[in-house]
Design a protein around this ligand. Structure first.
Ligand code: B16
Ligand code: MG
Length: 219
C-alpha cells in the first residue's frame, strides 16, 4: 500500500467560492452583448479558463462569429476588471467550511500541498484569504499552456511537488477539473454532485466532509 504524500486542490469551489463573482461579471458582459445567461448556464463555466468561458457565452448567444481576437481580448479584460473589483473584499471568513482545519491537519501529517487553479487571480485570492503560505506550490493558468480538462496543470503540480501520481490525491468541484486530475493519473475527490463528477473516485457533498482517512484510503 502506498502512503499519501501530496494533495492538490482546485481553488474556486474547493477552497473558496468565487463562482458567484465570476457569474455576476460575465452576466454584465453578456448583457452588453444582448446575451442572457443564468445560474444554470453558469455551471458550464466552472473550472473553465477565462477565454474559453467567453467563447462558451458567445456560442450560447450565437455571436461567436461576430468578434475578432482583439475584440474578444478586450471583452475578457473588461470582465476581469469587473471581477477583480468584486474580489477585493475576499477575507479569511470566505474560506469554505472545514478547509482551514483540514489544511492544518495535512501540514501536521507532513503531507505536501499545492493549488491547481484555472484562475490567473489565484495568488491574489489566496493572499486575501490569508492561506497562501499553507501551500507549497500554486500552479495557476499563467504557468501552463493547456487549460482543464487537459491534465497539464495537475502534472505541473506533481512536478513541483516532486511526487509521483500514485501517492497524491486531487480535489475538484468541476467535471473538467476531475477529468484533468484523472488524466494525470491521480485519484480524484469530487466536491458536489456525483452525477456531474462521474469520474471522481469519491464524491463528497461539501468540503466539510473532507477527512484525512478518506484520502489515505485512495492511495
Ligand atoms: P480567471 P478554478 C476557475 O477557477 C473558475 O472556476 C472559472 O470560472 C474561471 O473562469 C477560471 O478559474 C479562470 O479565472 O478569469 O480569474 O483567470 O476552479 O480552476 O480554481
Ligand atoms: Mg473549481
Amino acid at each position: 500500500m502506498e502512503k499519501l504524500e501530496g494533495v492538490i486542490f482546485d481553488l474556486d469551489g474547493v477552497i473558496t467560492d468565487t463562482a458567484e463573482y465570476h457569474y455576476r461579471a460575465w452576466k454584465k458582459l453578456a448583457e452588453r452583448l444582448d446575451i442572457k445567461i443564468d445560474r444554470v448556464f453558469n455551471e458550464e463555466l466552472k473550472g473553465v479558463s477565462r477565454m474559453d468561458s467567453l467563447d462558451r457565452i458567445l456560442e450560447y448567444g450565437d455571436r461567436l462569429a461576430d468578434f475578432n481576437a482583439t475584440e474578444k481580448n478586450e471583452m475578457a479584460d473588461w470582465k476581469n476588471e469587473l471581477y477583480k473589483e468584486t474580489i477585493v473584499d475576499i477575507k479569511p471568513s470566505d474560506i469554505l467550511p472545514g478547509m482551514e482545519a483540514f489544511l492544518d491537519e495535512l501540514k501536521q501529517a507532513g503531507i505536501r500541498t499545492a493549488v491547481a487553479s484555472a484562475s490567473k487571480n489565484a495568488e491574489v485570492i489566496l493572499q486575501s484569504l490569508g492561506i497562501r503560505e499553507q501551500f507549497d506550490f500554486v500552479v495557476d493558468a499563467a504557468k501552463i499552456e493547456k487549460s482543464k480538462p487537459d491534465p497539464e496543470i495537475f502534472l505541473k503540480a506533481l512536478e513541483l511537488l516532486d511526487l509521483p501520481a500514485d501517492v497524491c490525491v486531487g480535489v475538484e468541484d468541476a467535471a473538467a477539473g476531475v477529468d484533468s486530475i484523472k488524466d494525470a493519473g491521480i485519484r480524484a475527490i469530487g466536491i458536489g454532485d456525483a452525477t456531474v463528477l462521474r469520474r471522481a473516485d469519491v464524491v463528497l457533498a461539501g468540503t466539510d466532509e473532507l477527512r484525512l482517512e478518506t484520502l489515505k484510503s485512495l492511495v
